[in-house]
Design a protein around this ligand. Structure first.
Ligand code: GLC
Ligand code: CA
Length: 532
């Protein structure tokens, strides 16, 4: 079969581009340092865009680049229309967008509407004067002995802290991240302007932080339960602090701002809710383009858990006519290699994800098979570690700088001192080594993304999922009923299994015996894409 007709139908299938995009999450502080101060920045990222283009991804999502208090890795924003000097300038963002577009890459920024930094001008005004109109933009409560209710910070401890004059204010994350009061119209108006500022500059969209948050119970009633980070996401136990129905009106509003610009701008929300049908509501046709569901990310290496999640997520997003976004790793979660127990499993999981219809989100470094890094306590930066008194390790281990060059100091990330220590074994994972090794994890990601671009059945269209003896089988067809269906198998069991296949298109590990008599033998912890 010639590749050309498939390419044509694939291009049709890619309209609009975000339906089945592969999006690469850049952790800005750790990606590439352009000026030798040990901190990744926009100039560094620009020099590495050709790498992302050669990986084959469609878009780059950049973690917060705004002026920040630095209390939570940039998710505590002081000024939403200015760039933190450690990352560069607004002109650097413009140049990033220009360079990215020239390479066929889109740029998504990260926007943080649930809370600001405590150093934000609004909060400073509110602190200085309780009767200031700025105080209405946050959740303040009058002085009292104990916190106004039982709400807990997701990073540990009560969600209420006191101002110097004794008032309480709400922060679902650190005390340096006061929650905004979205019932005040001025808040929504201000964020419209922020969106327009960056859209006007040419960015293609936003990843929306804590999109299931924003609004809180107007009567500040107690939550029925305590959030546990081990859950699939927030549920009824957090009913008073998450998933308030009023939030949907904001996503409709943001959608209309995005749609008022040419060129298919997009919004992807962080929707950390356990109930997939609830997540789907955020991706209704007039709301966010994508709503992250984290159930796969939070599933252990378990065939039934994976199969159920895939089936249920596909159904939930189908019900609202939205593409399903898939994610296996991000800057908040331990690296897949470590979570699943081997690089072999992480490779198998990645190929499964890249076969599924919808969009796939990759986290910088997963294409290199990076493990979770050991971080000595004295080097830790994540507030989760400190607020839990060391009981939760926090997220520094997945935020270690990228290894680019195996023989250069600091694996080529910086000529200075990296902001988090780079482990001694990092050079072994460096891009320059993997780029010339056809069996590397980088080569696997490249090939998988290329095949996804070539075959309309991969990453777009219909999937039907079956589970037998630890093997998940996903039958894939394009949205155009093309005659070239593809089947993806992943063996999550402990024994080799013979599966029907006449031709193997790609295997996550090399030891798949060639097709014979219409079947192949699939070793444990392996994924293959085949023709039957
Ligand atoms: C989101 C971000 C996380 C951040 C939190 C507070 O969950 O992904 O990194 O700490 O929001 O903004
Ligand atoms: Ca720098």
């Amino acid at each position: 079969m010639s590749a050309e007709p498939m390419l044509v139908s694939r291009q049709l299938a890619r309209d609009p581009w975000w339906r089945d995009a592969v999006v690469y999450q850049v952790y800005l502080r750790s990606f590439a340092d352009g000026n030798g101060d040990g901190i990744g920045d926009l100039a560094g990222l620009r020099t590495r865009l050709p790498y992302l283009a050669s990986l084959g991804v469609d878009a780059v999502w950049v973690t917060p680049h705004y002026v920040s208090g630095g209390a939570d890795g940039g998710y505590d924003v002081i000024d939403y229309t200015a760039v933190d000097p450690s990352y560069g300038t607004v002109e650097d963002v413009r140049a990033l967008v220009t360079d990215a577009h020239a390479l066929g890459l889109r740029v998504l920024l990260d926007i943080v509407p649930n809370h600001t930094s405590d150093q934000h001008e609004w909060f400073q005004q509110a602190l200085a004067d309780p009767s200031s109109p700025f105080a209405d933009l946050y959740h303040f409560m009058p002085p009292s002995e104990s916190p106004p209710n039982n709400w807990q910070s997701m990073f540990g401890g009560p969600a209420w802290s006191r101002t110097p004059d004794g008032r309480w204010y709400l922060h679902l994350f650190t005390p340096q991240q006061p929650d905004l009061n979205w019932d005040e119209p001025a808040v929504a108006d201000a964020f419209d302007e922020v969106l327009r500022f960056w859209f006007d500059l040419g960015v293609d969209g936003f990843r929306v932080d804590v999109a299931y948050g924003l609004f809180k119970d107007p009567a500040y009633r107690d939550n029925p339960g305590i959030y546990s980070p081990t859950l699939f996401g927030h549920g009824p136990e957090q009913a008073m602090t998450t998933n308030q129905p009023r939030v949907h009106q904001i996503w409709r509003r943001w959608r209309s701002v995005a749609d008022s610009y040419p060129g298919d701008r997009m919004l992807v929300g962080e929707v950390s809710l356990a109930d997939l049908d609830e997540v789907g509501l955020y991706a209704r046709p007039d709301e966010l383009h994508h709503a992250f569901q984290f159930r796969l990310l939070k599933s252990d290496w378990d065939a039934a858990a994976f199969a159920d999640t895939i089936t249920e997520a596909l159904a939930a997003f189908d019900r609202v006519g939205a593409p399903a976004p898939w994610v296996l790793g991000n800057h908040d979660k331990a690296r897949q290699v470590t979570r699943y127990g081997s690089e072999r499993r992480a490779r198998a999981a990645a190929m499964l994800m890249l076969a599924l219809p919808g969009s796939a989100y990759l986290y910088a470094g997963e294409e290199l098979g990076l493990p979770e890094a050991f971080v000595p306590d004295e080097a830790r930066r994540d507030p989760i570690f400190f607020r839990s008194n060391g009981k939760r390790a926090g997220r520094d281990g997945c935020r270690i700088p990228m290894p680019w060059e195996s023989l250069t100091r600091n694996a080529g990330f910086t000529s200075g001192t990296p902001w988090l220590p780079i482990p001694a074994n990092w050079p072994a994972y460096a891009v320059d080594r993997q780029a010339v090794d056809p069996s590397s994890t980088l080569a696997l990601y490249q090939q998988a993304i290329l095949l996804r671009d070539l075959y309309p059945a991969l990453g777009s269209g219909q999937a039907s999922v079956t589970l037998t003896d630890g093997v998940i089988r996903v039958d894939l067809t394009s949205r155009f009923g093309d005659p070239d269906p593809i089947t993806c198998y992943i063996n999550m069991g402990s024994d080799p299994v013979a599966v029907p296949a006449t031709q193997v298109l790609l295997a996550s590990s090399p030891d798949v015996p060639a097709a014979a008599d219409g079947s192949v033998t699939l070793a444990p912890d392996t994924t293959i894409w085949v023709r039957l």
